[in-house]
Structures are given as structure tokens and as C-alpha cells.
Design a protein around this ligand. Structure first.
Ligand SMILES: NC(=O)c1ccc[n+]([C@@H]2O[C@H](COP(=O)([O-])OP(=O)(O)OC[C@H]3O[C@@H](n4cnc5c(N)ncnc54)[C@H](O)[C@@H]3O)[C@@H](O)[C@H]2O)c1
Length: 266
């Protein structure tokens, strides 16, 4: 594979994954970045899952280390940045991939604690990692941040807290892209659509009490592009482009990776 990230150091949060039959976004991003030549710090609050990602990378001849951290904790986010700089000497790329969904609930039924948990995981985490990583990028004279939002942020979605928190991620990306453009730090967002990842399939089938095959069929039928749902690799290839120097003139972009779902009219 072409070494599009040769010499770069990347932090990927949520680099483990929900157990299941397919690959998650964070794991696919980590593996693909390593194949492209990056050294990858695989961060997850589930250490054994991050270690599994590290093992996959090392088996392919890449470079990675697993790191246990909760990205909703300011102290842990500081440790992520310090540990990466100590181990690899710099931080070129930050991928904020951690995210959580929750149930399809509106304001009446959604519990306050669930709203807070979803916002902590989806939004506060992005603020905290940026807070601690950006100073390193500033010192180096540049960097690339890729945030993983969701197409739910711009399409109709019954998951109120998830939808609005991911819209906040889009807005956060716009804000920092503009603020740090003079420093050479780019920030872009990927908005995945219906993806066949374990969090979506295993997670939602459990939540709704429906068969996985049925759910896969249902989600695939909602994707306009032939072939049905996307995969973690589709998210990963978009992240690879946005993190690489090929995207050096791109900042503040919100990129749908959704098989045309957001282009649907009516
Ligand atoms: N799968 C989809 O269909 C889909 C669609 C749109 C957007 N997304 C977004 O893609 C991202 C990844 O989704 P995925 O399907 O690969 O999920 P996943 O559950 O497989 O991966 C998420 C990882 O984040 C880790 N994590 C969760 N909370 C954490 C915390 N506080 N600190 C550190 N690690 C934590 C989990 O342990 C897990 O390994 C999420 O932001 C999600 O919202 C997914």
C-alpha cells in the first residue's frame, strides 16, 4: 500500500471496538493508517480491545501502542497527549472517533442522565482531546484533526441526544478549523451514514430485540447507493485522505460517507 502517512504520528480514540462480526470505524482507521506508514497510538477505555488493534497492526509489520484512557476525563486526555509525545516525539494527526448512540428518544422520554452521558462521550471528549493535543500541533507548526460525527447530524433522526451532539461536533470542527488555520492545523469531520459495524448491528439489534440479519437488510435498504451499508473501511479511507497531505488545502469540511443518504430528497 502507498505510504500516504509515512513519518506521521496519529492518535486514534475509540481504536478498539464493540465485539462483533465486522470491523469498527476506529479499528479500521488505526489499521489503515498504520498500513499507510503512520505510527498509531490506539486509545480506548477498553484496553484489551485497543491491544487487539495494536496486535493486528504489529502482525502486519506496522507500529502501534495501545493506551487505556477515558476520553471524557480531562486528566486522561492530558495523559494521552503526553504519552504520545513521549513515545513518538510529536503528534501529527488526531482522530476523534469515540461516540455513543443511545435510544431513539425525544425530549419527553429521554432521561437527563442519558443526555449528559451522550454529550460527554460525543462532544466533551472532542473538546478535551483537542485541548491537550493542539498545543503540541501548534509547537510543531501544524497538524490534522479528523472528527467522526454522523450523517444523523444533518438528516432526520429519532435519536435526539445523538443527533444534536453530533451536530455540535460539526460545529466544533468549523470553529477550530477557522481558529487554527493560521497555525497550519486543519480540522475536518466525517459524517458516516448506515455502516455495518458491530456497534450498529450488534448494539441496535440488542436494543430493539430484532434479528441481526433483519437489521442488516433494513439498514441496507435505506442506502441509495447500490451495495447497501458501508463498512468501517469506508470511514477509514475518508479519514486517511483527510489526515494526509493530499488534503492540505481542506479544512472545516463536513464529509458525508453515506452512500448518498444525505442526498435523498423527500
Ligand atoms: N456504526 C455506524 O453506523 C456509525 C454511523 C455514524 C457514525 N458513527 C460513529 O463512528 C464512531 C465509531 O463507531 P463504531 O461503530 O466503530 O463504534 P465502536 O463501538 O465499535 O467503537 C467505539 C470505541 O470507542 C470506545 N469508547 C467508548 N467510550 C469511550 C470513552 N469514554 N473513552 C475511550 N474509549 C471509549 C469503545 O470501547 C469502542 O472500542 C462513533 O463516533 C459513532 O457515533 C458510527
Amino acid at each position: 500500500m502507498e505510504k500516504r502517512l509515512e513519518g506521521k504520528v496519529a492518535i486514534v480514540t475509540g481504536a478498539g471496538q464493540t465485539p462483533g462480526d465486522t470491523i469498527g470505524n476506529g479499528r479500521a482507521i488505526s489499521v489503515l493508517f498504520a498500513r499507510a506508514g503512520a505510527k498509531v497510538m490506539a486509545v480506548d477505555h477498553n484496553l484489551s480491545s485497543a491491544q487487539e488493534t495494536q496486535r493486528m497492526i504489529i502482525e502486519e509489520g506496522g507500529e502501534s501502542f495501545a493506551f487505556e484512557a477515558d476520553v471524557t476525563s480531562a486528566r486522561d486526555c492530558q495523559k494521552i497527549a503526553e504519552a504520545c509525545a513521549e513515545r513518538y516525539g510529536c503528534i501529527d494527526i488526531l482522530v476523534n472517533n469515540v461516540g455513543t448512540g443511545g435510544e431513539a428518544l425525544g425530549p419527553v422520554k429521554l432521561k437527563e442522565e442519558d443526555w449528559e452521558r451522550i454529550y460527554n462521550v460525543n462532544v466533551k471528549s472532542v473538546f478535551l482531546t483537542c485541548k491537550h493535543v493542539i498545543p503540541y500541533m501548534e509547537k510543531q507548526g501544524g497538524g490534522a484533526i479528523v472528527n467522526i460525527s454522523s450523517i444523523a447530524s444533518v438528516c432526520a433522526s429519532p435519536m435526539l441526544a445523538y443527533k444534536t451532539s453530533k451536530a455540535a461536533v460539526n460545529s466544533f470542527t468549523h470553529a477550530i478549523a477557522f481558529m487554527y488555520a493560521p497555525k497550519g492545523i486543519r480540522a475536518n469531520t466525517i459524517m458516516p451514514g448506515f455502516m455495518n459495524t458491530p456497534m450498529a448491528i450488534e448494539g441496535i439489534s440488542r436494543l430493539r430485540g430484532i434479528d441481526k440479519k433483519e437489521l442488516i437488510k433494513e439498514r441496507s435498504s435505506m442506502v441509495p447507493l447500490k451495495g447497501g451499508m458501508g463498512t468501517g473501511w469506508d470511514t477509514a479511507y475518508a479519514a486517511l485522505f483527510l489526515a494526509s497531505d493530499e488534503a492540505k488545502f481542506i479544512t472545516g469540511a463536513l464529509l458525508p460517507v453515506d452512500g448518498g443518504q444525505s442526498a435523498r430528497v423527500g
